[in-house]
Write a protein that binds this ligand. Structure first.
Ligand SMILES: *Cc1c(COP(=O)(O)O)cnc(C)c1O
Length: 371
């Protein structure tokens, strides 16, 4: 048995007919940039995320960057976020000359610890980027309360969390901006790069739309310095065709997570490893990440020898990255993030994974730990 971390072609049976139909229509129309397919996708994503508006952009990274630009983040500003996330979250802050201010994560959820935020707020703090890591929402109520109290913009990094919920609210609908990615490994992936910003304020919607086309409303007249942040119509066509299946894929991911949890429990392994916590309904499991205190490298090699692919998200927290050395953080600055970087391992969780495969993976982990 050979089990990849993610099997993108496994969904082709379902989606290719509709994808080809949309792509043909775009090719026939000759409209490759923005246009009706992009608008249709924006309407469907905003309604899926329960926001008033959505703007299709070139990637999840650009969704973050354009949101920070629309919020007016500039040199000298501070933006609070987690050091345990994909690089783009903090990279976008730094690209605008602002300072990423890291706040450590909670041990169980791997998300920013709301109790540690307030002491990092200064008179330069302008925004906060909560990251719904692996597909589970940040504990948003305390974050939103602090943002209101200190007049901070909230930009949700929901790149891994489309469809995820917090107390009945959808990821991307709680902050001022919601940032999504259609990178192929995300729960709703295109056949290339793409992204989306969701919002409910009409002012923010207009600003983001303008920034997406070099800050211009009237062609060749520029209100702001924006960029080319447009989503490709062909990618929008792919994502639109796949959106119909998103809920059923999410359900499969959730079932797979439950299957892992019960196999680990049945085999008595939960004292040797920690399964993901589901603190808020509902987790969409872009990744299923376990924590193991000892011999992680050896476990990964053993699984690899048994044809099971795994990954580490992420091996080096952002405060210890070379490019952020100027921030002056030392080892030990954010202990929970550093522990998570050393102890976590992501197992295959994609929708087409079978119960047999999950059972086989758990057997192999059992073999490694106990034989
Ligand atoms: C994937 C991801 C991004 C960036 O999205 P791209 O589409 O790859 O640019 C940003 N933040 C997080 C948490 C991500 O997982």
């Amino acid at each position: 048995m050979k089990i990849p971390l993610l099997d993108i072609p496994a969904s082709y049976d379902k989606v290719l007919v509709d994808v080809e139909k949309n792509i043909n229509q775009i090719i026939q129309s000759g409209q490759f940039i923005l246009g009706p397919i992009v608008e249709e996708l924006e309407k469907k994503i905003s309604s899926y995320c329960k926001t008033n508006y959505a703007v299709g952009v070139s990637s999840g990274t650009d969704a973050l960057l354009i949101s920070l630009m629309a919020a007016g983040i500039k040199e000298g500003d501070e933006v609070i976020t987690s050091p345990f996330t994909f690089f783009a979250t903090a990279g976008s802050i730094a690209r605008l000359g602002a300072r990423p201010v890291f706040v450590d994560i909670e041990k169980n959820s791997f998300n920013i610890n709301p109790n540690l935020i307030e002491k990092s707020i200064t008179d330069k703090t302008r925004a906060i980027i909560p990251v719904h890591l692996y597909g589970q929402s940040v504990n948003m109520d305390p974050v939103l309360t602090l943002a209101k109290k200190h007049d901070l913009v909230v930009i949700e990094d929901a790149a891994q969390a489309i469809g995820s919920e917090y107390k009945g609210r959808r990821a991307g609908s709680m902050g001022d901006y919601g940032c999504f990615s259609f990178f192929p490994t995300k729960n709703l992936g295109g056949f290339g790069d793409g992204g989306m910003v969701t919002m409910s304020s009409e002012n923010i919607y207009n600003k983001v739309k303008t920034l997406r086309v070099h800050g211009s409303n009237l062609k060749y007249y520029h209100e702001f310095i924006g960029g080319n942040f447009r989503i490709d119509a062909l990618q929008a066509g792919v994502v639109l065709a796949k959106l119909k299946y998103l809920d059923q894929w999410t359900e499969k991911r959730r079932e797979n997570a439950q299957a892992y949890n019960s196999f680990f429990k049945e085999r008595g392994l939960t004292n040797q490893l920690t399964v993901p916590s589901e603190d808020f309904a509902k987790h969409v499991y872009n990744q299923y990440v376990i924590r193991i205190k000892k011999k992680r490298t050896e476990l990964r090699s053993f699984l690899n020898e048994n044809n099971i692919s795994t990954e580490i998200y992420y091996p080096l927290p952002l405060h210890l990255q070379n490019c952020f050395a100027y921030l002056g953080h030392k080892q030990g600055a954010f202990p929970e993030s550093e522990k998570a970087a050393n102890e976590t391992i992501a197992l295959p969780i994609f929708p087409e994974l079978t119960q047999n495969q999950i059972s086989y993976i758990v057997d192999k982990i059992d073999d490694f730990l106990n034989k």
